[in-house]
Design a protein around this ligand. Structure first.
Ligand SMILES: Nc1ncnc2c1ncn2[C@@H]1O[C@H](COP(=O)(O)OP(=O)(O)OP(=O)(O)O)[C@@H](O)[C@H]1O
Ligand SMILES: [Mg+2]
Length: 256
């Protein structure tokens, strides 16, 4: 698609997802978000489909984290809607959205440093439909083998990259349908980035989860993302297939 900031939300929408035959799992429509009187998101539209990874990109401060928080119900919308499986989530608190199948891994990971790894993981079970009370070890260790034998250690004893993996493991324990990941590679060593990449590709291959990946590491976003959206100053300015993201767009909207 052409490189212009004057595209209508509908055309960005179409380029970023609508061509696919499957129905969107999650749809954001005409969303406005304010912090006090300051408007941070303006008429934001987005669609996530099962079995795909959608990269959300844009420079610092454009509103990526704000959008994830709004999807999770952590910020109220002044206008617009977030719909999941065709139903509006408006007015639903974060814990109910989590139970409905939306998981959020915040920027900066936010695991509980003073809780054990086991206790951190148990929190992830709260959103789970089958009400499981014990950690399904095979499920967790299958994805993140390094956690085996470490359950009694404190979260704070893990390296930054391991904490990121713990945060992803915790989110996945809720058996989400939509996974919101905010800059999972930020400040993380390359070998762990590779491990996270494998986990995300495995999720994608299962075909039923939609991942929204906020990512400033362009190579990672390109390798993993099927679709992308680019934000600037609180609005979507571009979207499409990641394979068609041009160097011109990168320079214009993403380069520092
Ligand atoms: N709690 C808050 N109160 C007021 N303004 C805020 C608050 N949080 C964020 N902002 C502002 O909202 C805008 C969007 O912030 P946001 O954190 O969503 O951006 P971002 O794209 O995630 O940035 P980064 O790439 O640095 O993580 C910024 O101008 C920021 O300063
Ligand atoms: Mg952010």
């Amino acid at each position: 698609m052409s490189d212009t900031a004057t595209l209508s939300p509908q055309s960005i929408q179409a380029a970023a997802g609508l061509v696919s035959a499957t129905a969107p799992l999650l749809r954001v429509k005409g969303l406005d978000i304010h912090y006090g009187e300051s408007q941070v998101l303006r008429d934001v539209n987005l669609e996530l489909r099962p079995g795909t990874i959608t990269a959300l990109m844009g420079r610092n401060g454009v509103g990526k984290t704000t959008l994830l928080k709004a999807i999770m119900g952590l910020l109220p919308a002044r206008k617009g809607e977030v719909a999941f499986q065709g139903r509006s989530l408006n007015g639903l608190p974060p814990e109910k959205r989590a139970r409905a199948g939306i998981a959020y891994v915040p920027q900066g990971r936010e695991i509980f440093a003073r809780l054990t790894i086991e206790e951190n993981l148990l929190l992830g079970l709260e959103a789970r439909p089958d009400r499981l009370k014990r950690i399904p070890e095979e499920e967790v260790f299958g994805l993140f083998p390094f956690l085996a034998g470490m359950l009694k250690r404190l979260g704070g004893n893990l390296s930054g990259g391991q904490q990121q993996q713990l945060a992803i493991a915790r989110a996945l324990l809720g058996k989400p349908k939509v996974l919101l990941l905010d800059e999972p590679t930020e400040g993380i060593q390359p070998s762990i980035i590779d491990d996270i990449e494998k986990v995300l590709l495995g999720l994608k291959a299962k075909g039923d989860i939609a991942v929204l990946l906020v990512e400033q590491y362009l190579d990672f976003a390109r390798r993993l993302g099927d679709r992308y959206y680019i934000m600037e100053r609180g609005t979507m300015v571009q979207g499409g297939k990641t394979s068609e993201l041009t160097e011109e767009s990168v320079k214009k909207h993403l380069a520092f």
